[in-house]
Design a protein around this ligand. Structure first.
Ligand code: NCD
Length: 322
């Protein structure tokens, strides 16, 4: 297995690196609490630099560092000197003096992880940068889908194989425009051979799709939900929206929500994903979020195994090889 020096974006890492992260995450999950795994990051310190809200990503990175035997330094924006007007660069360079081997960064500016790499020269892992990418979320989503299809394609008992995604129809539905999760997933799923369709209100889809790999659009969920192997719902990101992308919450739910009626259209083995946090009763009804086809909590669980794989690959012995 070979691993990159950083994880800044799915778009910029190689197929080999993607497969190594996926395969290693399955190995960690299969091994569980293995003492050898528990010392991979012994003596290493990871700075968890989050300047945007996060529950799942932040806590799973912290749990992953702990499970690998490393330690984390946390960062609370509101109690820091950033809130006094210190620049991002000054703040990061200050914390760096406390001894940091890698930085996990979430920030509202697209491209900020690249700047961190330039400023600090240590491995950087992008935990979500603005509307750009969220590579570990896409990797854990792919992990979850591969596991799901391994069971449903009667491959139960076989080792999970990323090739199982070839030809699967995956519908990404919702606020694609503001979603870094969608961008990373579009690149990753297309690279792994899935057929990706995106949909949602036309106002919430990117205007220029030429930067993406081959994808198609379907604005009316009812026309595609019967055929999909998985539907990935996206949160309506009010914090990144101005007014007026859609007339009302009721209308959004009616046309684009995964309502309790719409789950009846899905094939029995089709999976429902959502990166969380969910807006209950808006993009997804509670009945859909909690039905047996929903993998939402499985995504959360797999987040720790995938982030262990990313941290161990990049920082553990053998990491950093091109
Ligand atoms: C996503 C994010 O922050 O980009 N959430 C997450 O990491 N689990 C998606 C979102 O906030 O809607």
């Amino acid at each position: 297995m070979t691993f990159p020096e950083n994880l800044l974006a799915i778009r910029t890492i190689s197929d080999d690196h993607i497969l190594s992260f996926l395969n290693q995450s399955f190995q960690f999950k299969a091994k569980g609490a293995d003492p050898a795994v528990g010392s991979i990051l012994k003596g290493k310190t990871v700075l968890q630099f989050f300047t945007e809200n996060s529950t799942r990503t932040k806590m799973s990175f912290e749990a992953a560092v702990r499970k690998l035997g490393g330690s984390s330094i946390g960062f609370a924006q509101q109690q820091s000197s950033l809130a006094k007007g210190e620049t991002l660069k000054d703040t990061v360079q200050t914390i760096f003096q406390y001894g940091v081997d890698a930085v996990v960064v979430r920030n509202h500016s697209s491209g900020s992880p690249e700047l961190f790499h330039k400023w600090l020269g240590v491995p950087i892992i992008n935990a979500g940068d603005g509307q750009h990418e969220h590579p570990t979320q896409a990797l854990l989503d792919a992990m979850t889908l591969i596991e799901h299809f391994t069971v449903h394609d009667k491959q139960r008992g076989k080792a999970p194989d990323p090739k199982i995604l070839k030809g699967k129809l995956i519908y990404i539905l919702g606020d694609v425009l503001h979603s870094r999760v969608a961008r990373s997933n579009i690149h990753l799923l297309a690279r792994l051979g899935a057929d990706v369709v995106i949909g949602g209100p036309p106002t919430l889809l990117p205007k220029d799709l030429s930067l993406f790999p081959k994808i198609t659009t379907e604005f009316q969920p009812d026309r595609v939900l019967r055929d999909v192997d998985a539907v990935m719902m996206l949160r309506v990101q009010y914090e990144r929206q101005g007014a007026g992308y859609f007339p009302s919450k009721e209308e959004y739910r009616h046309f684009w929500g995964l309502t309790k009626d719409r789950i009846g259209l899905l094939k029995p083995e089709a999976a429902i994903l959502h990166p969380g946090p969910i807006n209950r009763g808006l993009e997804i009804d509670p009945e859909a979020a909690e039905c047996p086809q929903s993998l939402i909590l499985k995504q959360v669980e797999n987040g720790v195994w995938m982030r262990m794989s990313v941290l161990a690959g990049i920082l553990g012995s053998g990491g950093g090889k091109k």
